[in-house]
Design a binder for this molecule. Structure first.
Ligand code: G3I
Length: 376
């Protein structure tokens, strides 16, 4: 591990986001390029597949032909300021997620005040470009990040907190009725690297039932919206995956209105074994739920063939999900290496996304497109 890399990783630790203690350790020590999987995808553009779409080789055209959603998270700044950013999003994706603009601290900063400006811009962009919206996220209580404003974190008892939650979910979901097709109702209900429920303010004051209640409240606010539960690092941590599957099983048994499971799939620790990943997806499909990859990115690692190995890693993982018919969406946590949270988390240079810093498609782009096309 070089000194610069070590420093960046140390800084990421200090920043205190526990997205995966385990993942970060792996990324710092070996470079997370997933080269060990023996993946077989060919990153060369599949000309015949594009021909099958009338020559339209955009990701969204290929995805739509397979009745799939291909999405990206977007950041407000570049969406407003960079024509190339806007152009690429509108051209390539049929679904969009606000990376931060619908989170509680942004959209509902004070108990009596909502601020919809940034979220409206994202939803408006989607409408202008014939895209769907994945709403992210109604409830996310985490200790390392500020995922709720102080008035929520400091709620003095269950009644006060329940009132905040009901008002929040009802107001936000109603506002975007018909314009946000699906919501990550609850994000990361479990410990980042453990099997216990995340010990957040919702669990402490309301108990595990806060999850079911949130889904029921969202369903009342927009009965047509799809409601999803989103979780991190299940592909890396089998014991956590088991605990999460148990939670989902309880929700389904209790007839909670849940439509799907979001697998974030930030591959900071490398590419998961595709057979195990497919089994994970199938597990939720077998419970009668849809499945989506909701936040995918994959640091490119090192070496002269780093981008080709990255492409194979993307292809292997996406192919494993799409092998299960209930896997209906692949959303990336950004699309250009120019704007990625990984730069803040691990430091620059990991180049985790499908387009380079100049908005040129990388080998991963073609590899992903090929997997989408293969689903037909
Ligand atoms: O908006 C302020 C800005 O005004 C200020 O100048 C800047 C200085 O640091 O901070 C800005 O806010 C930051 C925000 O990202 C926008 O850049 C927050 O501090 C920072 O905590 C926030 O991080 C986001 C994080 O979620 C927490 O909400 C990341 O961008 C975002 O990529 C990340 O996304 C999460 C998913 O929601 C859930 N799954 C994991 C994923 C990756 O961590």
């Amino acid at each position: 591990m070089g000194g610069g890399r070590g420093l960046r990783c140390a800084r990421a630790w200090v920043h205190g986001f526990a997205l995966v203690v385990v993942m970060l350790a792996a990324a710092c020590s070996s470079g997370s390029d997933g080269s060990s999987t023996g993946a077989t995808a060919n990153p060369t553009p599949p000309v015949k597949e594009c021909g099958a779409h009338g020559g339209d080789c955009r990701l969204r055209a290929v995805a739509a032909a397979a009745d799939l959603r291909v999405g990206t998270a977007v950041q407000t700044g570049p969406l407003a300021d960079e024509a190339a950013y806007r152009g690429t999003v509108g051209r390539e994706f049929n679904s969009i997620t606000a990376e931060n603009d619908m989170k509680w601290p942004t959209i509902h900063p004070a108990a009596d005040r909502y601020d919809f400006a940034a979220a409206d811009a994202v939803v408006g962009f989607a409408a202008d470009h014939d895209m769907e919206v994945r709403g992210h996220t109604l409830l996310w209580g985490q200790t390392e990040y500020t995922t709720v404003p102080d008035y929520v974190a400091n709620a003095t008892g269950p009644d006060e907190l329940r009132a905040y939650v009901d008002d929040h979910i009802t107001t936000v979901v109603r506002r975007y009725r018909g314009r946000v097709q699906r919501w990550d109702v609850v994000n990361e209900p479990l410990d980042t690297v453990g099997t216990a429920m995340e010990n957040n303010v919702f669990l402490r004051l309301l108990g595990e039932g806060y999850i079911a209640d949130a889904f029921r409240t969202a369903h009342r606010a927009d009965p047509a919206a799809e409601l999803w539960l989103n979780e991190a690092v299940l592909e890396t941590l089998p014991a956590k995956a088991q605990a999460f599957a148990d939670l989902v099983t309880r929700l389904v048994a209790d007839k909670v209105p849940i439509d799907g499971i979001g697998l974030q799939t930030h591959l900071l620790a490398g590419v998961p074994d595709p057979v195990a990943f497919r089994a994970l997806v199938r597990r939720f499909a077998d419970l009668g739920l849809d499945v989506a990859i909701t936040e995918m990115d994959l640091p490119a690692g090192t070496g002269p063939d780093r981008l080709e190995r990255q492409a194979r890693g993307y292809a292997t993982t996406i192919g494993a999900c799409l092998a299960v018919p209930r896997c209906r969406e692949v959303t990336f946590w950004g699309f250009t290496d120019r704007h990625t949270w990984i730069d803040d988390f691990l430091g620059p240079g990991h180049d985790p996304l499908l387009f380079d810093r100049d908005y040129q498609p990388k080998p991963a782009y073609s590899a992903v497109r090929e997997q989408l096309a293969a689903r037909r």
